[in-house]
Design a protein around this ligand. Structure first.
Ligand code: PRP
Length: 189
């Protein structure tokens, strides 16, 4: 699996430091509030466990499963709610945990859903912020790294549901993409 990676962008140690930094900041910002840490499956799994362990403050953990990429390299543009969260978010402070915000469509969908349900506040803590990819106007509140416009995998991020278990974030070798996906990726702006 490591042989499919062209270059490591963020090492295990880099990511651990980012999780510590953001976990400590969240503990400070949410002291006495008991927020809900809302992990967006599947990509945010590793980021969730590392940030929550670094946050020395009361918090509940919830999961929601939404998907927009359907396994490929480019956002499909439509968001599918695969598994909804079961907790009532009305009046609650929500911290959305994401692995990456790219076009911003998934995040916008999530924020609108939580607003409709009456959340008291909604913030976002994302390991990666790919600002160049943005097609909707939405910002990330807590950012691990500003990532360049490359197709990255590892530490939760996948290509065709693989590579999530790499402990670092890296750039996939172009030779690994299918010809069809490669054409799509090269067409990205
Ligand atoms: C990825 C990622 C974010 C979203 C970001 O999820 O985990 O949720 O895409 O992209 P966007 O800003 O362009 O919407 P994906 O749909 O691949 O599902 P997964 O987490 O299960 O891999």
């Amino acid at each position: 699996m490591n042989n499919d990676i062209e270059r490591v962008l963020y090492s295990e140690a880099d990511i651990a430091a980012a999780a510590q930094r953001i976990g400590a900041q969240l503990a400070q910002d949410y002291a006495g509030k008991t927020p809900i840490l809302l992990s967006v499956l599947k990509g945010a799994i590793l980021w969730t466990v590392d940030v929550m362990r670094a946050m020395d403050e009361y918090a509940e953990i919830e999961f929601i499963d939404v998907s927009s990429y359907h396994g490929g390299v480019e956002s499909a543009g439509t968001i599918t709610l695969r598994t909804d969260l079961t907790t009532d978010v009305k009046g609650r402070d929500i911290i959305i945990l994401e692995d990456i915000v790219d076009t911003g469509r998934t995040l916008k969908y999530m924020v609108e859903l939580l607003e409709q349900r009456g959340a008291a506040s909604i913030k976002v803590a994302s390991l990666l912020d790919k600002k160049e990819g943005r097609v909707v106007d939405i910002d990330v509140d807590y950012i691990g790294f500003d990532v360049p416009n490359e197709f990255v995998v590892g530490y939760g991020l996948d290509y065709k549901d693989l590579y999530r278990n790499l402990p670092y974030v890296g750039i996939l070798k172009p030779a690994v993409y299918t010809a069809e996906d490669s054409a799509t990726l090269n067409g990205q702006d």
